[in-house]
Design a protein around this ligand. Sequence first.
Ligand SMILES: CCCCCCCCCC/C=C\CCCCCCCCCC(=O)SCCNC(=O)CCNC(=O)[C@H](O)C(C)(C)COP(=O)(O)OP(=O)(O)OC[C@H]1O[C@@H](n2cnc3c(N)ncnc32)[C@H](O)[C@@H]1OP(=O)(O)O
Ligand SMILES: Cc1cc2nc3c(=O)[nH]c(=O)nc-3n(C[C@H](O)[C@H](O)[C@H](O)COP(=O)(O)OP(=O)(O)OC[C@H]3O[C@@H](n4cnc5c(N)ncnc54)[C@H](O)[C@@H]3O)c2cc1C
Length: 659
Amino acid sequence: MAVDHAAAEVDHLAAERAAARFDVEAMKIAWAGSRHAVDVADRMARLVASDPVFRKDNRTMLSRKDLFKDTLRKAAHAWKRIVELRLTEEEASLLRQYVDQPGYVDLHWGMFVPAIKGQGTEEQQKKWLPLAYKFQIIGCYAQTELGHGSNVQGLETTATFDPMTDEFVIHSPTLTSSKWWPGGLGKASTHAVVYARLITEGKDYGIHGFIVQLRSLEDHSPLPGVTLGDIGGKFGSGAYNSMDNGVLRFDHVRIPRDQMLMRLSQVTREGKYVQSDVPKQLLYGTMVYVRQSIVADASKALSRAVCIAVRYSAIRKQFGSQDGGPETQVLNYRTQQSRLFPLLASAYAFRFVGDWLNWLYTDVTQKLEVKDYSTLQEAHACTAGLKAVTTSATADAIEECRKLCGGHGYLNSSGLPELFAVYVPACTYEGDNVVLLLQVARILMKTVSQLTSGKQPVGTMAYMGKVQHLMQSKCAVKTEAFEARALRMAVNCAQNIGQASNQEEGFYERSPDLLEAAVAHIQLIIVTKFIEKVHQDIPGHGVKEQLQNLCNVYALYTLHKHLGDFLATGSLTPKQGALANEQLGKLYAQVRPNAVALVDAFNYTDHYLGSVLGRYDGNVYPALYEEAWKDPLNETVVPEGYHEYLRPLLKQQLKLSRL
Ligand SMILES: CCCCCCCCCC/C=C\CCCCCCCCCC(=O)SCCNC(=O)CCNC(=O)[C@H](O)C(C)(C)COP(=O)(O)OP(=O)(O)OC[C@H]1O[C@@H](n2cnc3c(N)ncnc32)[C@H](O)[C@@H]1OP(=O)(O)O
Ligand SMILES: Cc1cc2nc3c(=O)[nH]c(=O)nc-3n(C[C@H](O)[C@H](O)[C@H](O)COP(=O)(O)OP(=O)(O)OC[C@H]3O[C@@H](n4cnc5c(N)ncnc54)[C@H](O)[C@@H]3O)c2cc1C
């Protein structure tokens, strides 16, 4: 008798959901932040999913040109819906998230507008922002060049003030000074915030931002002196290829003086350079803003991958039980759990640390408005470090989820290859992760060096003030072990650097250790913020208990993975390390019955997940089967090329065999 496997799989997910020991609706609120956040996300997700223009299941099969046109169409349609429905900013940005296709709008809203807000004077904001808000101009963020990305001070584009005409002359003096990578620049943008070396009265004052028009507002052709285009195809099919990352060269392009962004410093009519009393690091403010939003995005990308892998692992069965009973769901294998549940826990951990980082960023912004710059360094260290650690972990985790889904995970229809390809550049853009961690390490070294002078560290570095205690104690408490590990690694680095003939040389020699010290510090922040979250009042049956479990999984898994650090610094004994591992196994057993419900709490539509393996209804096999037939290769039974290349070959073999 034929068994309807498909129906059995569907029942399987229902059974998983019924077995969950907590209130999923309440967990949705804990994940999203509030009832309101759940409702608005739900509404926007459904709006997108039900609109045929936002279809994305065919994306990996489109040519680059068709994919780009599809992106323009989706962006225009999204804007039309935003205006028609009078969506709020919150609703509009959720709508953009669920459209789920990188495009010029991300850089327009995400970097061009914030750069003008952060670095423009009130007058400049009044002039440019209304145009940008109504899409009467489209902007991008043109900082990186062919020769320099990480080293911003090394950029070569020049902006030379000409007092005769009251203009800046923007010029690309070398090939390596060509702007290279800015998203939206290649084909869509009409304007850019261009970062260039300001030269006035014969002196180079370093990097500053300028608003430069690139294309005609009449016919979109490049303005005189401007050469620009797309830099070419990128990693993976579909994926980030929807974005027109661009190249841009200037040949003595003139802009009015008032298009220099003048909040941080000014050039007078006479050509005098005037520095405001604000720290010059505010020039990097747009990057700080985007880095904090990238941390929030890490939890979104990771939770999508984990949702697919958990649901599919509950459906997928391999091998029978010992007594010849039904086959085992792969989710029941201990190895599957020990690979998957830490990723599930990380998704929640990154979500909560992302919320905290958003709070920190808002707090710093408010302080800056009243000229309080005391938390600028903290904001830089936290955004840079958390961006680096969460994006690296997420990129690795998406690939691990692909492997957790076996062969089917490698199909585009699983959604995982495209998710990976779209996601991995997050480890590079907005600051290469190693470069950012070294920034954190510099701040750690500075903090350690100030400990002897009695200066008490604050914010996320405050634990370093407990130096006497943390350097000596054996740690029984979990957070204390994380604190001791981070502090001792930092102090070891500082001592080794201190022995070098000069500090810079010492820093350079010790940079691999410094990276690890920075990671330890950032992991401490993630663990601490997760613990703070579970100490809050969290309503809903069983929700707090589940989050407590996940928090323990995240902390103990991190500890297990970096046990070498904990042992080498004497922050834990080998026995404590072994006990932690034992405990981890027990925690996985507690997560197991709740796993499917824990990913349901992300509340993702099938459209957003974009995965036949992660379908809410669990109907995986019919969907995989159907999806295969949609491939353009299956449009004809006999493939194109048969008559040119297969038939002659086969005929030739036939003739040979007859000889
Ligand atoms: C209503 C409708 C709505 C519609 C909805 C649409 C919604 C869409 C929204 C989308 C939102 C967001 C999405 C955004 C999309 C993102 C897509 C990706 C885009 C990617 C873009 C880019 O990549 S842009 C380019 C990024 N480039 C980098 O990151 C370069 C990295 N390098 C650097 O940052 C710097 O060069 C460096 C920090 C590494 C070194 O700089 P420098 O040499 O100048 O400094 P020092 O090391 O000498 O340090 C000097 C002191 O300055 C301190 N410092 C350094 N940086 C900062 C900082 N950022 N802030 C504060 N302080 C800083 C440093 O600590 C030193 O301090 P002291 O020791 O005290 O002197
Ligand atoms: C998809 C994508 C979108 C982008 N969008 C934009 C955009 O909109 N606007 C924009 O201006 N830019 C954009 N960029 C550029 C991006 O910001 C840079 O690529 C990034 O900052 C890294 O710089 P780089 O390419 O110069 O790398 P490099 O610095 O050349 O890195 C190469 C290697 O050198 C290492 N390295 C570099 N410096 C050090 C150091 N001091 N110590 C130790 N190791 C080091 C790095 O770790 C890395 O392994 C984008 C990039 C990508 C991939």
